[in-house]
Design a protein around this ligand. Structure first.
Ligand SMILES: CC(C)(COP(=O)(O)OP(=O)(O)OC[C@H]1O[C@@H](n2cnc3c(N)ncnc32)[C@H](O)[C@@H]1OP(=O)(O)O)[C@@H](O)C(=O)NCCC(=O)NCCS
Length: 318
């Protein structure tokens, strides 16, 4: 299966050995390898330990990357025509009026030569998207490009990682204190998830819910019969997690932790907007640690209530 959009006339960069064309599903693994090489080198430059096993990571990510490959708003790759290898790519997704950059990578050794600029102007075109958002790593060239693309830093994002230890009794006590019921939900509950996400961040991820419900447990929280929060959790990641009331994040996070304990997850991570005071204090209080590096949430305008929202992890899109 190929990406639905084909590009019969790929563009040549001034360096005639590089062609820029639309990505296809067949580029998925090679693009992932470019991203791993670029992030590993960035971590090395920033003095951050690199502990990831790319093959194991790819296995968990494949459904998401396949989804991006087939549903991207824009996906452009840079190919070295001398050997057909991929040297960079940029991709975005769209949710209604939201355009979000999901990936932007150039292979080390090919960076700082203008390739990133050419990829980004195609994958994140100026003027497209009522809201334009990026979960940004702190590579200085990436940040400079994102300001040129009209976005501004809004808040830092912290990866909070810990060993889950909450028990069912603990989370049940927190839920009953807050007057919350929890339902293990299927796709037939999707309208309630979408209504909460719309209220909290403005852009429900209709295209991504089927994937989330298939690969993660979906927990819906109700008070007096009304849906007030939700959480997705799986063995390979958490999020998104949202609550109409900030304080409800405490029982919601305990429930997620209990799910992880019960499913033998040894390391549980959350991508937290650092302005989400309730969740930051709760997780730090439970012994979760901030794993470097921080990333930065950027957008062209303020939107959403990120003090009651936890991002999708691993961090590609919010
Ligand atoms: C970010 C990345 C994709 C950019 O691609 P690239 O091909 O290296 O970038 P380019 O050569 O097109 O552009 C670099 C720009 O940064 C600018 N720049 C370089 N150092 C800078 C600094 N310290 N401050 C501000 N701008 C700087 C350059 O002037 C250039 O701008 P210009 O296009 O206006 O001339 C690439 O460097 C990369 O893969 N980095 C590691 C992974 C990463 O962080 N990806 C972003 C994920 S959110």
């Amino acid at each position: 299966m190929a990406c639905p959009k084909s590009d019969p006339t790929p563009e040549w960069t001034p360096d005639r050995s590089i062609t820029i064309r639309r990505g296809t599903l067949d580029d998925t693994r090679e693009a992932f390898d470019v991203s791993m090489a670029a992030v590993e080198e960035l971590f090395m430059r920033q003095g951050v330990a690199w502990t990831l096993d790319p093959d194991a990571f790819y296995t968990g990510l494949e459904p998401l990357l396949t989804h991006f490959a087939t549903h991207a708003a824009e996906w452009w790759v840079a190919e070295d025509r001398t050997d057909g290898s991929l040297v960079g790519y940029a991709r975005s997704i769209e949710r209604g009026g939201l355009l979000e950059l999901s990936e932007f990578f150039v292979r080390p050794g090919r960076q700082s030569a203008g390739l990133g600029r050419r990829l980004l102007e195609r994958a994140f075109p100026p003027g497209r998207g009522e809201v334009r958002a990026i979960v940004a790593l702190t590579d200085v060239r990436a940040l400079a490009h994102y300001y040129k693309a009209g976005t501004v830093a809004r808040f830092p994002i912290a990866d909070l990682t810990g060993t889950p230890s909450a028990s069912a009794a603990e989370s049940e006590a927190a839920r009953s204190l807050a007057g919350l019921e929890v339902v293990s939900a299927g796709l037939d509950f999707v309208a309630e998830f979408a209504a909460i996400e719309e209220a909290v961040v403005g852009y429900p991820r209709h295209g991504e819910y089927p994937l989330l419900f298939e690969h993660r447990a979906a927990l819906l929280f109700r008070r007096d019969g009304r849906a007030v929060g939700f959480a997705f959790v799986g063995v390979d990641g958490t999020g998104p997690i949202a609550a109409l009331e900030r304080d409800d994040q405490v029982p919601i996070l305990l429930e997620v932790e209990t799910w992880a304990t019960a499913h033998g997850v040894s390391s549980l991570s959350f991508e937290l907007p650092m302005i989400n005071e309730v969740a930051m204090r709760h997780l730090l209080g439970r012994g979760f640690k901030i794993e470097p590096p921080l990333s930065i949430f950027m957008s062209n305008k303020p939107f959403g209530q990120f003090d009651r929202f936890i991002l999708f992890s691993p961090p590609f899109v919010f």
